[in-house]
Design a protein around this ligand. Structure first.
Ligand SMILES: Cc1ncc(COP(=O)(O)O)c(C=O)c1O
Length: 395
């Protein structure tokens, strides 16, 4: 299913994939090889952060230290802190490269675990980290919240650490969903979690369906979406309905026991996962080819097995580039601009620079090559505006 190109001069490129109505009825067995779907010991949650929290409790990390990357979202750090662990941070370089020697240097008597994040589908040094963890008798947590369906060659991310953690709704058009997989011989008996409030599932599904309508339906779709959003907000408020939004910035203990919705499970199971990987890779390559001459790419290639979550665009004036992209209809995202307060930012200048400069350009499965061409053009315009401002500032 491909979205058409722009309608009536106005482009709409959502940041995340949207729900196509046919997906509500589709059935397709999940393919072997894609973790967490094919994993024998997968536990499902409302969000990935719940899996981080439970992993910390389950692995007994609540009295010790966890070595985490200085380049982090923040909510995963909050989940660990809430579970009782103490985060300590290690260096990540300017190309999202984990400094394994720095990790090794920082291991101390209170260290209980190493935490590795795979950024936007690009594999971190998981085998080196595993070796290091084994040498010191530590646990390895593999955070694949941004790396669902991704692998290093034919080895799926999330299959090497003692546990792997996934977020489903960033890559698939599901209303909610996170997963924790347990690798190795240890077995844990984990509670079955209650389903989320139905209002949450329905409102998230509706909002995704409306985005899909706007993506395909141009002006009519946009007007319908605006009306439905206003109506939806007043209904939820008026009736005092409970809604738990996804994609929020902070950990909330009140939601730690929420499970994944049955509808989310069903939609996830109906996805053509291989096609999603292929489309995301195709779209990434298209952007790489069309933007390389105006912005140095963070990665010059897409290694086999990688399923990119987005295209990381390095810019000098992030607020201006984001504003220009959004004005032109591309829902670009400000990627990770804040450090968790426990992390001493001044010790990690490369990460501080990344936080200032990385913009997330969408390259997901809903976007056709024609739309990707438009995204690339809008990005070129945004970058040109940034250059003009800089030139004016110099004179
Ligand atoms: C690296 C990382 N881990 C964990 C999470 C938590 O994901 P969720 O929003 O599903 O709780 C995020 C969220 O963006 C993240 O970026």
């Amino acid at each position: 299913m491909d979205a058409m190109t722009k309608h009536e001069g106005r482009l709409f490129v959502p940041a995340q994939p949207t729900l196509w109505p046919g997906m509500l009825a589709a059935r397709r067995p999940a393919r072997a090889g894609f973790i967490p779907f094919s994993h024998p010991r997968a536990h499902w949650f409302y969000f990935a952060r719940n899996g981080v929290w439970l992993a910390a409790k389950m692995l007994g990390l609540d009295q010790g230290e966890v070595l985490m990357p200085a380049y982090h979202h923040g909510v995963e750090v909050e989940a660990l802190v809430d579970a009782g662990a103490t985060p300590r941070f290690y260096r990540v370089g300017a190309r999202w490269d984990v400094d394994v020697e720095d990790v090794a240097r920082r291991i101390g008597p209170r260290t209980r675990a190493l935490y590795l994040t795979h950024y936007a589908g690009f594999p971190g040094p998981v085998r080196e980290m595993k070796r290091l963890a084994e040498q010191h008798g530590l646990v390895l947590i593999e955070d694949c919240a941004l790396s669902l369906l991704s692998g290093e060659g034919s080895s799926p991310l999330g299959s090497t650490g003692d546990v792997g953690i996934f977020c489903l709704y960033k890559t698939l058009p599901v209303p909610d969903g996170g997963a924790l997989v347990i690798n190795g011989a240890r077995s844990f008996s984990l509670p079955r979690l209650p389903a989320p409030p139905r209002t949450s599932t329905v409102s998230q599904l509706l909002s995704s369906l409306l985005e899909n309508l706007e993506l395909r339906g141009g002006r009519v779709g946009r007007s319908l979406r605006t009306i439905a959003r206003r109506l939806g907000r007043s209904v939820v408020k008026g009736a005092g309905l409970q809604r738990v939004p996804v994609g929020t910035q902070h950990f909330d203990r009140g939601h730690v026991d929420l499970g994944m919705s049955a509808l989310g499970q069903r939609i996830a199971a109906a996805q053509d996962l291989e096609a999603i990987v292929e489309r995301r890779r195709r779209n990434y390559f298209l952007l790489l080819g069309r933007l390389r001459d105006v912005a140095a790419p963070l990665f010059n290639q897409l290694p086999p097995g990688v399923c990119p979550l987005f295209f990381p665009l390095l810019v000098d004036d992030k607020p201006r580039v984001l504003a220009s992209l959004r004005e032109s209809g591309v829902d670009a995202v400000d990627f990770w601009h804040r450090f968790h307060p426990a992390c001493p930012a001044s010790e990690f200048p490369e990460v501080a620079d990344l936080r200032q400069r990385v913009v997330e350009l969408p390259c997901h499965q809903d976007l056709s090559p024609e739309l990707m061409q438009q995204v690339a053009e809008r990005a070129r315009v945004a970058l040109a505006k940034q250059r003009t401002r800089r030139a004016q500032a110099v004179h």
